[in-house]
Design a protein around this ligand. Sequence first.
Ligand SMILES: Nc1nc2c(c(=O)[nH]1)N[C@H]1C(S)=C(S)[C@@H](COP(=O)(O)OP(=O)(O)OC[C@H]3O[C@@H](n4cnc5c(N)ncnc54)[C@H](O)[C@@H]3O)O[C@H]1N2
Ligand code: MOO
Length: 469
Amino acid sequence: MSASDGRAPSGLADPLEAGRNTHDPDGVEEALALVSGRTLRPDPARGPERSPEAADGGGHRAVSWPQARSIAARAGRGGPVRTQRVALDQAVGRVLGEPLTALCDLPPFDTSAMDGWAVAGPGPWTVSGGDSVLAGQSAPPPLEDGTAVRIATGARIPPEATAVIRSEHARTDAGQRLLHAERSVSQGQDIRSRGQECRLGDRLLPAACAVTPAVLGLAAAAGYDELAVVRRPRVEVLVLGDELLTAGRPHDGLIRDALGPMLGPWLGALGAEVVAARRLGDDAGALRRAVTASEAEVIITTGGTAAGPVDHVHPVLRETDATLLIDSVAVRPGHPMLLAALAASGGGPEGVSPARYLVGLPGNPLAAVSGLLTLAEPLLRGLVGLPAPAPYRMPVRVPVQGHPYDTRLVPFVHHDDGLTPVRYSGPAMLRGIAAADGLAVVPPGGARPGDELEVLELPWVPGAFSADV
Ligand SMILES: Nc1nc2c(c(=O)[nH]1)N[C@H]1C(S)=C(S)[C@@H](COP(=O)(O)OP(=O)(O)OC[C@H]3O[C@@H](n4cnc5c(N)ncnc54)[C@H](O)[C@@H]3O)O[C@H]1N2
Ligand code: MOO
């Protein structure tokens, strides 16, 4: 989606032509606010400084944003990839669990590439009195030297035919008895020979490719009724927070749950099977029971990651003997995000106990999106055996303020000459991301116009689920 061309005085896009700016509508100051008293503008020549939180040993164990992504991806790749067979019409969007191997030659027989005449030997040719050779018919009789027969595109080439002449390149004489070519005819012209595209047993695609509509078409052409695809990781979403409403307008200090409606389809687009989405309130016991009883391979929690009076995620992970693989990430927004390996449950559908993980997303909605793309996306990608996509970068059109120590993820829209950050992208806002094309990865210290930034596509942007995603 592209935003309007209206530009805010700050140089940030104003995608939805919202009301005038009040204090910090873009949330930049808020996103950077937790930088204990240091300057927000380090000397770029010195490169990123170390976070005072990381340096002082004060309980912060933040890993860098690239490290967090690779730890999450490694965790996902840790176990075996499990496959299942599904009918072709159920396979789109899944990931190939085995290489796609041709079950037949393609084309399966010598085929006419054009409507016209099949001819044998040099012309002119005597026109055969028999019927035309049509697509879908079984083997036609051999063609005698010096004769021609009408043929349709896709029909089997009669044995002994040496070429096909397009109807517009030949004429018959008045009695319709003799066929003359109006151009020179070369041996084999307009004949698609058997096996030209592939031979039985050829590897058409490797495993771990996304099944796109084109892959479905290829698989059907090559003889498949079903495909072996990777099982989707089962994911359970637990939405925490007593303040959340599931319907109606906010009132009396209560707000709508913005994450429940967003996460199910988003996780689906990332390849997960969302088996349950539940709201638990701020109840440590309910969270502990839900985590212990869940049979999902991945639990996603929202909220409760910080150290407030009702933030129960850390205590419950401690009580349930989980191992924290990541306990906060040097990224804004979303730094309190976490990834834990859970103790094994009773077993998966085949009686095997797959590894189980919990991704703790911060409650602020854009911080939750940041956690989704930083931790859940590489974890899920690893679980289905997809390699990391090659990072791609685009120039930014305007200066983007950086955090002095942490990476920033900034929603942007594409313009012909580069990326423009959108407004209303504070940690608690979804207005910016809802109008955005993706998130730009802004390194510590920020970016100047023309700097190339890594781009995180949103999974519903056309092209984001290509074969190497
Ligand atoms: N003293 C400090 N306080 C906070 C810090 C900090 O470093 N020191 N970090 C802030 C940051 S940054 C974030 S992010 C949040 C993370 O907090 P939690 O993960 O514990 O999230 P909650 O406190 O439960 O909620 C935060 C915020 O988000 C709203 N929320 C929660 N769930 C939803 C939902 N499903 N839909 C819409 N909005 C939701 C919630 O009402 C709060 O406003 O901590 C900061 N505090
Ligand atoms: O700002 Mo918090 O950065 O993670 O929402």
